[in-house]
Design a protein around this ligand. Structure first.
Ligand SMILES: C[S@@+](CC[C@H](N)C(=O)[O-])C[C@H]1O[C@@H](n2cnc3c(N)ncnc32)[C@H](O)[C@@H]1O
Length: 317
């Protein structure tokens, strides 16, 4: 099933994996029109991370527009674009990037099919607003006759043994035996600390997030493009399902990680969190992690003191 791939650095339709080691706009100009089935990416969020220069928002949107225009050009008529974004933050105020970018996609004639909410548990703990625990994937198609394979991404039913209790189908199972649709809220752990896929990149995609999109929106042999490739996750997900992958990245350190991961993925040795593994439930942790003396019912007095003295006191404890 696995076959070591040669990773090309120039785009060619006969390649299987291409990493272009420069600006994505240069790569996009080299890709023929209507050749990509899926464009999936997470662009820089303009937060001033090490790989981006913070721009005025209008300049940021104009730069994104330039990339999006080219992505639309290279997209097949039955293809999809999935743009994964979170919030831009300025002086403590948040601006949802999907709201800023939606008009750009609409202006290019794309149609939104879903705004997928990706929920995860780990991230910064905010003290002046609620901590951010989701980002979104904007899924657009170029036309109405788009590829959408629901079966490979079905998830287990909540009650798989449920049967019709009356009518002509009484006694038969009432649910689809292949499972149910995953819906538009996806609970998938983000790649932090001890996630099996963690590299040195600050905001890597979990492979399972992209695998779902690849399986649903492409067919074997199709091209998947990620203009902001980072550690190569989109190509990893494409190769794992017999698709082809191409992407651009500008930081040498990430290029090296991407090449290693893609090679390992093609050889079947890359550690990956399996799709549809249930999210860890703290109830399965050891008891020591679930209890604290000040939460025990007999320590009512201690609880009252904690509430009164506030978080600083709690932290010292
Ligand atoms: C949010 S990260 C994407 C991470 C990626 N999804 C992964 O799984 O590793 C955005 C990436 O785009 C890269 N980048 C920024 N500007 C770029 C450009 N003009 N062309 C290509 N890559 C760029 C950054 O270096 C960064 O690694």
């Amino acid at each position: 099933m696995f076959e070591s791939v040669t990773i090309a650095s120039k785009f060619g339709l006969n390649e299987r994996a291409v990493i272009y080691p420069r600006d994505c706009r240069e790569l996009l100009h080299r890709i023929p029109a209507e050749s990509m089935k899926l464009v999936v990416t997470s662009p820089p969020y303009n937060l001033g991370k090490e790989y981006e220069q913070r721009l005025h928002l209008t300049e940021y949107v104009a730069q994104q527009q330039e990339v999006i225009r080219e992505c639309v050009r290279v997209l097949k008529p039955n293809g999809s674009i999935c743009w994964q974004v979170g919030n831009y933050v300025e002086a403590g105020a948040i601006i949802p990037l999907d709201a800023l970018l939606y008009p750009v996609f609409a202006e290019f004639g794309l149609r939104m099919r879903n705004r997928i909410v990706w929920h995860f548990e780990h991230g910064l703990h905010c003290s002046r607003r609620l901590s951010g625990r989701y980002e979104v994937v904007l899924w657009f198609t170029k036309g109405d006759d788009y590829v959408f394979n629901l079966d490979p991404i079905r998830i287990p039913q909540k009650y798989p043994g449920k049967k019709y209790f009356k009518g002509p189908k009484a006694g038969q199972y009432s649910c689809n035996p292949l499972g149910k649709s995953p819906g538009d809220v996806w609970v998938i752990p983000n790649v932090k600390s001890n996630h099996v896929e963690k590299t040195g990149h600050p905001c890597q995609f979990p492979v399972e997030l992209i695998e779902r999109l690849v399986l649903a929106l492409t067919c074997p042999g199709d091209w998947v493009l990620d203009p902001f490739l980072g550690t190569g996750t989109s190509i990893v997900a494409a190769l794992r399902h017999n698709r082809r992958g191409v992407g651009a990245e500008v930081v040498d350190r990430y290029l090296k990680i991407a090449r290693e991961r893609i090679q390992q993925a093609s050889e079947g040795t890359l550690p990956v969190r399996p799709m549809n593994r249930p999210v860890f439930d703290p109830k399965d942790a050891g008891r020591a992690l679930l209890t604290a003396p000040w939460l025990e019912p007999e320590n009512g007095h201690q609880q009252a003191v904690l509430l009164e003295k506030g978080p600083k006191y709690r932290a010292r404890k």
